[in-house]
Design a protein around this ligand. Structure first.
Ligand code: NAD
Ligand code: DAU
Length: 353
């Protein structure tokens, strides 16, 4: 038995691959295009595992996906592959349409053709799981209830719109062709191997390098943080026991303002790696120009997955963020490997002025 998993050289896909390979003998066929956000070093812990096969390629390469499906006959496909950074989608939306919309479309077509050739028994066992985001639901005011699965899609950024489009394709492939699909919509993840352009790893690495810690706008935007390994456990529960055609919201009931998150990281660093001059890391905090169209608040109502599948997060924000800061202190070599000249150019462009 095997599972084809896409986007495994990235943050969340790699956590899923590491977790599954540690938990069972099932083969994982990894497919990743190794964009700026995917790096082979992220998969180093599992590269020599005999149950892991890494393939460098795109979900948009239908012939390659068809070949992998025919050769390995996976019982499931889990699609993590995507362009995932909102700020980059504002500077250059085309890559998001290419991968998240067209790529998902081509992947779905390859999977449909494979699935249609399976026996009835195999067809009923097969699953396609689409990893999506809470950003498809838009933004919440402070008073509104957290996003439930029944909320209307109201994506606000080019990234969110491209993810909403891919979710709609997945839904249509189920409704029209009967493809056995599942969709998960998760809140903000944090943890090891998070590419240091996103808020939490960026702040940790900037603080260690004595650089400014940029908070957009007034820093009162709220995100609902979930430790990455809790997310990938949830995805596996949905894959194994979720109801076909259904969507499951995944979140940790951990709403925090960006200000709170950045101050918490500074306090943990003050304790774990005090600055030589005795000053606090928070003195590096700088309020910068806001993100255009910045969603004010995300929050997930996770009662469906908790009630139907019995999933619950194992980490609180306090335990998870401490582990994360410690991981970055211990793994600066990984950060050096994944941050090249293109990364530095991105920081110049995004934080100019
Ligand atoms: P990431 O940017 O860290 O990793 C994405 C991976 O996909 C990279 O390894 C990249 O090389 C690969 N990739 C990109 N285009 C590809 C293509 N055409 N073919 C094959 N591989 C390709 O992203 P992440 O944070 O790990 O997110 C994974 C998924 O989870 C995404 O679909 C994202 O929308 C979703 N998600 C992320 C979060 C979060 O907080 N990071 C929360 C909810 C949902
Ligand atoms: O909600 C799920 C989404 O979470 C995922 O779908 C996305 O793939 C993932 O990137 C993440 O999106 P965000 O835009 O919420 O994550 P990011 O880390 O970029 O930003 C988190 C918050 O911090 C957001 O309100 C913007 C703010 N921010 C971000 C950066 C990079 C800052 O204030 N300063 C910064 O320098």
């Amino acid at each position: 038995m095997s599972i084809l998993v896409t986007g495994t050289a990235g943050f969340i896909g790699s956590s899923f691959a590491r977790q599954r390979l540690a938990a069972s003998n099932e083969k994982i066929i990894s497919l990743d295009a190794l964009t700026y956000a995917g790096h082979p070093s992220t998969l180093l812990p599992v590269m020599d595992n005999p149950n892991h096969l890494f393939v460098h390629g795109s979900i948009g390469d239908k012939a390659l996906v068809a070949k992998l499906l025919a050769e390995y006959k996976p019982r499931a496909v889990v699609n993590f592959a995507a362009e995932s950074h909102v700020d980059r989608s504002i500077h250059g939306p085309e890559a998001f349409i290419e991968t998240n919309v067209l790529g998902t479309f081509r992947l779905l077509e390859a999977v449909r053709e494979y699935w249609q050739e399976l026996t009835r028994e195999e067809q009923s066992q097969f699953r396609y799981l689409q990893v999506s985001t809470d950003e498809v639901y838009g933004t919440l005011s402070r008073e509104e209830a957290p996003f439930a699965e029944t909320n209307r899609y109201e994506p606000n950024s080019p990234y969110a719109a491209s993810k909403a489009a891919s979710d709609h394709l997945v839904r249509a492939w189920h409704h029209t062709y009967g493809l056995p699909v599942l969709t998960t919509n998760c809140s903000n993840n944090y943890g090891p191997y998070h590419f240091p352009e996103k808020l939490i790893p960026l702040v940790i690495m900037n603080a260690l390098a004595d650089k400014k810690l940029p908070i957009y706008g007034d820093g009162q935007q709220v995100r609902d943080w979930l430790y990455v390994e809790d997310h990938t456990r949830a995805i596996y529960e949905v894959l194994e026991r979720g109801q076909l055609g259904e969507t499951y919201n995944i979140g940790g009931w951990n709403e925090k303002t960006n200000r709170e998150v950045v101050y918490t990281i500074c306090t943990i660093l003050d304790e774990l790696k005090p600055r030589e001059d005795g000053s606090c890391y928070s003195r590096l905090i700088t309020f910068v120009k806001d993100r255009p169209g910045h969603d004010r608040r995300y929050a997930i109502d996770a009662r469906k997955i908790e009630g139907e599948l019995g999933w619950k997060p194992q980490e609180t924000f306090d335990t998870g963020i401490r582990k994360t800061v410690q991981w970055y202190l211990d793994n600066q070599a990984w950060v050096r490997l994944v941050t090249d000249a293109a990364y530095r150019e991105w920081l110049e462009k995004q934080y100019a002025g």
